[in-house]
Design a protein around this ligand. Structure first.
Ligand code: GLC
Length: 422
């Protein structure tokens, strides 16, 4: 009885302090809509109010906005959707959620909890996992008797062949392959997949040493540069996720590299390619193994929030089991809770979950934890070097050499982890 009374009083106290909590969500695909539904469900249960702040869909631009707000200690956003590669960059501005999440932290993938723990502080709760995937037009592959490519050279050849044949037959606007080629975080992910799958390393290893083999790196970049203007429209140099999806979904591309979120949208009732798309793990290098960039988003609470408790409660609710399950079924967002991968309703919702299981074995992480606050400089230098090669402003070998010099300089200044002994 006393316990019940306590609960009722606590609820009343909670209601008496109804808070307004602002949350920033991404806007790629259905992100904003799903975030709004989840946040409003939390508000209805808790008696608090939520305000959605939409932020740029380019991760690079969103990070710049956050850095500006947080550096000014602005209380405008209480809960922030942050990229898996940002905890090391934003940690000083984020609240420690260890106590609030004590009961649930070990329900999430341990690697993500580690990723989000900076200097012993849990600065964000895992929300969903992303992994680079290959989308293909099943109908076009069948029509041209092609199999799903297993290597990048094979993808290049198949894309060119189908593009040529289709154009000859009057399908004038068809392209072979679309990906994220703008100079931003998304290109870092794509290019890391090309390099790692060519056996060129993952830029920086877990000990903080340089992990970049110039010859296969240049080969990978040169192959990608050969796509631009041939199997990929030149516009790909300015494509992020949604531009690539737009072209593929309207039926104008054979292959696309994208994250899992695209699947549910491609299968939407209004989608021109509904029922004609397949998904697979990304191709391997000529003699390497496939590599899929590991991405994903987390929920953090700003240290400058005026409503830290309500904010933590919202982050916990959204990253909770029921909400992650709802997002998995409605939007194909991949849970950070292993238990949900055994949930029959989740598995039945999308064939992605099975492909993702296989692709997870090939996952390659960006060197964010080890480089900490310097990650952004590493990624920026990499994306720009790759972009120069794709745009034909510099040849691939020169781009790799210039990037390697920059990487050494960044490393010297940032002085992360173990010294480079190469
Ligand atoms: C997705 C991923 C994120 C990645 C970004 C690149 O949002 O979740 O990890 O950095 O795409 O554009």
């Amino acid at each position: 009885m006393r316990l019940l009374l306590g609960t009722v009083l606590a609820m009343l106290a909670g209601l008496a302090h109804a808070a307004t909590v602002a949350i920033s969500c991404g806007a790629v695909g259905r992100e904003l809509e799903l975030c709004r539904e989840g946040a409003e469900a939390w508000a209805a249960r808790s008696g608090h109010t939520v305000r959605l702040v939409s932020t740029p869909s380019s991760g690079t631009e969103r990070l710049a906005l956050y850095q500006q707000l947080l550096a000014a200690r602005a209380p405008d956003i209480d809960v922030l959707q942050i990229d898996v590669v940002w905890p090391g960059i934003l940690a000083p501005h984020l609240a420690d959620l260890s106590a609030a999440a004590r009961a649930v932290a070990d329900e999430h993938l341990a690697s993500l909890v580690r990723n989000n723990t900076v200097d012993g502080r849990l600065v964000a709760l895992p929300w969903f996992v992303d992994l680079g995937l290959l989308y293909y037009r099943r109908d076009l592959l069948e029509r041209h008797a092609a199999r799903v490519p297993r290597t990048w050279p094979e993808l290049t050849e198949t894309a060119a062949r189908i593009q040529r044949a289709e154009r000859d037959a009057g399908n004038a606007r068809l392209w072979g392959f679309v990906f994220q080629g703008r100079a931003y975080e998304g290109l870092t992910c794509n290019a890391l997949e090309w390099l790692a799958s060519h056996g060129a390393g993952a830029l920086i290893d877990a000990q903080g040493r340089l992990d970049l083999r110039p010859a296969p790196a240049a080969a990978a970049m040169a192959l990608a540069a050969s796509w631009v203007g041939t199997i990929s429209p030149r516009g790909v140099l300015n494509y992020a996720e949604e531009e690539a999806r737009g072209l593929f979904q309207s039926g104008h591309a054979v292959f696309m590299r994208n994250w899992p979120y695209a699947w549910a949208l491609l299968q939407d009732a209004a989608s021109p390619v509904r029922g004609r798309v397949g998904i697979a793990t990304l191709p391997a290098g000529p003699d390497g193994a496939p590599a899929a960039a590991l991405g994903g988003q987390q929920l953090a609470v700003s240290r400058y929030s005026r409503e830290p408790e309500a904010a933590a409660s919202l982050a916990l609710y959204l990253s909770g089991r029921a909400e992650q399950k709802r997002r998995a079924i409605a939007g194909g967002y991949h849970p950070t809770r292993p238990a949900l991968y055994a949930d029959p309703e989740v598995l039945a919702a999308s064939p992605l979950f099975a492909v993702l299981g296989a692709a997870l074995d090939d996952a390659v992480a960006r060197p964010a934890s080890v480089t900490g606050p310097a990650y952004n400089r590493v990624s920026f230098a990499f994306a720009n070097a790759v972009h120069a090669a794709l745009a034909g402003q510099s040849d691939a070998a020169t781009s790799v050499r210039a990037f390697e010099r920059q990487l050494r300089r960044i490393k010297r200044r940032a002085d992360w982890a173990a010294p480079d002994r190469r």
